[in-house]
Design a protein around this ligand. Structure first.
Ligand code: F6R
Length: 243
């Protein structure tokens, strides 16, 4: 694993934007796996700024997002599709028909999982997958479990994840109870992983993921087996990382 130590969130976001921009510059038709959540917002701002400055071209890029809530239409303001449009897609020249997310409204969950997995395959796989991490070590919506989920799947969210996500809704009852997510196997097939971790509240998860045993009880720990992981983390998040 390659580690970039950032002094704070701004530095982390700047480093991450530079790494993703380098990927796109070197391979303009890259397939980029994207994430939502608070962590990548600074990175998305950085990419939009590079585009605005004329330094980065997204016209040949394709994106696939890690996950989407089940039951929210794409236009819902808490859907991940809406998040991606407002934080990134609407600010850059990424063709609108080249950014893909699971369809949260699909009634047949299994069919949607198969469709999304096949879509990623048909794109030739993911060149660089962006990840954040949950407090419980989840990546995408792959929660701690008895076994690693292989392919895209529909998961029931844990109480802890519902609580963490309730800040975006009026109440916890409004947080969708299920989500579509790339599986651990889907994520592990990406040729490169770019993981961002910020804040003291993620220090325990970071240490468990990268220094602890590889176990589905800590889903991110599987990344220890990936051949090309770049971790960009700030000092607060690295507080318990001792190797
Ligand atoms: C989002 C995702 C999640 C988040 C994680 C951290 O698409 O897949 O795994 O990366 O929950 O979220 P934040 O960044 O809000 O702490």
């Amino acid at each position: 694993m390659k580690l970039y130590r950032a002094s704070n969130y701004e530095a982390l976001s700047r480093i991450a934007a530079n790494l993703m921009a380098a990927q796109i510059t070197l391979k303009p038709d890259s397939v980029i796996g994207l994430a939502t959540g608070s962590t990548p917002i600074g990175l998305y701002d950085g990419l939009a700024a590079k585009y605005a400055a004329g330094d980065l071209d997204f016209s040949r890029v394709t994106t696939v997002n890690l996950d989407e809530y089940r039951g929210l239409p794409a236009g819902h303001e808490q859907s991940y599709s809406h998040f991606m449009h407002s934080h990134l897609f609407d600010r850059i020249n990424l063709p609108k028909d080249r950014c893909f997310l699971p369809d949260g409204t699909c009634a047949d969950a299994e069919a949607e999982c198969r469709r999304y997995e096949a879509l990623i395959e048909s794109l030739g796989g993911v060149d660089m997958q962006l990840l954040g991490i949950g407090h419980n070590g989840h990546i995408g919506f792959n929660e701690p479990a008895e076994a690693f989920a292989r392919d895209t799947n529909c998961v029931t969210l844990t109480r802890r994840t519902l609580e963490a996500n309730q800040r975006f809704f009026r109440s916890i009852d409004e947080v969708p109870k299920q989500a579509f997510t790339m599986g651990i196997g889907t994520i592990m097939k990406a040729r490169k992983i770019l993981m961002l971790i910020t804040g003291a509240d993620k220090a325990e998860a970071l240490a468990a993921a990268f220094c602890g045993p590889i176990t589905p009880a800590m889903p991110a720990s599987i990344l220890q087996l990936h051949p090309d992981v770049t971790l960009v983390a700030d000092e607060a998040a690295l507080a318990q990382y001792h190797v």
